[in-house]
Design a protein around this ligand. Sequence first.
Ligand SMILES: Cc1cc2nc3c(=O)[nH]c(=O)nc-3n(C[C@H](O)[C@H](O)[C@H](O)COP(=O)(O)OP(=O)(O)OC[C@H]3O[C@@H](n4cnc5c(N)ncnc54)[C@H](O)[C@@H]3O)c2cc1C
Length: 450
Amino acid sequence: MDGHYDAIVIGMGPGGEVAASRLVEHGRRVAVVERELIGGECGYWACIPSKTLLRPVEARAEAGAVAGLDTPRADWAAIRAYRDGMIRHLDDGRQVAGYRDQGVTVVKGAARVTGRDPWRVEADGRVMTADHVIVATGSAAVRPPVDGLDGVEVWTNREATTLTDIPGRTVVVGGNAVGLELGQFLARMGSAVTLLQRGPRLMSREDPRIGELAAEVLGRDGVDVRTGTEPRRMFRDGADSVVELAGGERIAADVVLLATGRTPRTDGLGLADVGVEAGPRGIAVDERCRAADGLWAVGDVTGVALFTHVAKYQARVVADNILGIDRTADYTAVPRVVFSDPEIAAVGSTAEQARAAGVDVVAAEVDLPSGLARPWTYAAEPFGRLGVLADRRRRVLIGAWAVSPLAGEWIHTAALAIREAIPIDRLTDGIPQFPTYSEGYILALEQLDL
Ligand SMILES: Cc1cc2nc3c(=O)[nH]c(=O)nc-3n(C[C@H](O)[C@H](O)[C@H](O)COP(=O)(O)OP(=O)(O)OC[C@H]3O[C@@H](n4cnc5c(N)ncnc54)[C@H](O)[C@@H]3O)c2cc1C
């Protein structure tokens, strides 16, 4: 036996890292197991590289949209080099050393839960026991069952975010956050991008207006957006990867980029053998993120909401419970941001969800340049939309969305208002800074027919 711990953390993405750090800060004995890199999908192949790559093409477009500035030149080699630094050249040596310096046992290898009472975890030939195990193993890209997929040049988020050359032609399969961000980045770097979305609109889980505006945004960058279609089969034709659509049309590309969703990583964990079920949506957890007595799960593997901020929140909830502070998770008003240009941000319910829940919904949408000064000081041909959704009976905000510069920042006003059920009358009595996008809330809320 290689030691007994207060907690063993399996998977060191953002969820695992926050849980481990919080427990260590409070003097607990912690072991962590990571089979790839400390920092997880987020740090190396998802949030960090995608946002790093999107920023230069955003800044370039912004410069081009400001009166009196020329569009700067994009230096792909320099952009790529900065991205490589941001993903630590896929080396977590400093992270491993950092945790070891804090007294954490770091095991590199795939973990398997092999017993309970006490919990037993095996990895890299070591056998450890613990009072608590936190599973934070994240999610992996889904490969849809398309005929011929294995025979063509396929990228998932991993190849796309670590790319070294910009493909001449890309077919992006999937029109939600990942497809939009990576599709816009590639188009802005000169790739001829066709984006396929099975459903009738982009951003299928959001308000329909977001889907329409997202298609407009991508269209302005030259992305050929095709909705209501999907690949029927794929095949090689010389150097080309050819995607045949459901209707028979063929699109030749250099790369097919899959943005078709995520699946929880529970393979090889051995959970069923210790009496813990993991379904296709992940490990079912209660409101404290507990899957069984002493076994906790956080992040994408729970299937609750596949965001880093949710993984970190759940980790804080779990760590506090382990530290003896009774705490339950409340997922009201989790922001959902696509870091496209302009940003797409949403929080709370959509009108459809609220109506299905029996709410008397009232909505308003405003064109920000029509009513605000800030968009005009920001760009010569400004663009920005804000939608708000309220519960007429309770007179509180229940949803908001925006397609606008910096929306990922100022959507948090709505997030706080929804989470704390701040009355609309209090919100319209607010004094937002002039000239900011945040003033849009007054415009939109005053449009509500309450
Ligand atoms: C392209 C892209 C962009 C994204 N951008 C954003 C964004 O901007 N903002 C945002 O909030 N979210 C974003 N996301 C989602 C975000 O990446 C995830 O929600 C987040 O990484 C989840 O964190 P996690 O800790 O649950 O898991 P992960 O980050 O997936 O980490 C899990 C870790 O567990 C390890 N592991 C798995 N199984 C085992 C095992 N058996 N033993 C040991 N270790 C194991 C893995 O190697 C991995 O390191 C993006 C996703 C993608 C694909």
